[in-house]
Ligand binder design. Structure first.
Ligand SMILES: Cc1cc2nc3c(=O)[nH]c(=O)nc-3n(C[C@H](O)[C@H](O)[C@H](O)COP(=O)(O)O)c2cc1C
Length: 179
């Protein structure tokens, strides 16, 4: 109740399978009285981290001026962060990895958050998402007191919208509701 939920939807396919699961999660979270916002990363300009190291010297100030400033503010302010990606070549998609790398300037402030991961894949086997989940854990491993609260496994969905007939839709709603 009354948590600030930030959903980071990284698929380039708006209304695609992971994006639909994000919407389900949000519906559930709002239903139980939380505040929820989705950022569709493709709408944002987020450049690659250049590894310049300026953020280390300038304590949290990135040398680049793009939409990552706004996204990072929201990540720092959120109670709950939901990270959603399609599986691309058995890893996360590039948009999500780019966002993670760009958290470099302020990742030490992303502390005491609850995390949920949403992953979709064409492969029917649950193991298809394992490497991607481990990649997310590589990110949260670097944070202060993260709590991994849930994983939505949207396997067996290739075409846009195919997730609609699968149990992950209800699971995402229920997980959002219980946030
Ligand atoms: C570039 C690319 C690579 C993909 N690689 C895999 C893969 O390695 N394993 C798999 O099961 N599905 C793979 N897929 C299928 C997507 O994971 C699947 O269609 C997923 O539902 C897409 O989610 P979205 O609609 O949220 O983008 C790939 C799709 C694309 C476009």
């Amino acid at each position: 109740m009354n948590k600030k939920v930030l959903v980071l939807s990284s698929s380039p396919r708006r209304g695609g399978n992971s994006d639909l699961l994000c919407d389900q999660f949000i519906s559930g979270a709002i239903e139980s009285g939380n505040e929820a916002e989705k950022i569709f990363l493709r709408d944002k300009k987020i450049n690659y981290c250049t590894g310049c190291g300026i953020c280390i010297d300038r304590k949290g100030k990135c040398s680049q001026k793009d939409d990552m400033t706004e996204v990072l503010n929201k990540m720092v302010e959120a109670d709950v962060i939901v990270m959603a990606t399609p599986v691309y070549f058995y890893t996360m998609c590039g948009q999500m990895k780019t966002l993670i790398d760009r958290s470099c300037s302020r990742y030490t402030e992303i502390s005491n958050k609850h995390f949920y991961f949403i992953v979709t894949a064409a492969d029917n086997n649950q193991s298809a998402i394992e490497r991607t989940i481990e990649e997310f854990r590589g990110f949260t491993y670097c944070l202060d007191e993260p709590e991994e609260k849930g994983i939505i496994c949207g396997v067996g969905a290739w075409n846009k919208g195919e997730i609609k007939g699968l149990p992950a839709m209800e699971e995402a709603y229920e997980m959002g509701k219980a946030v």
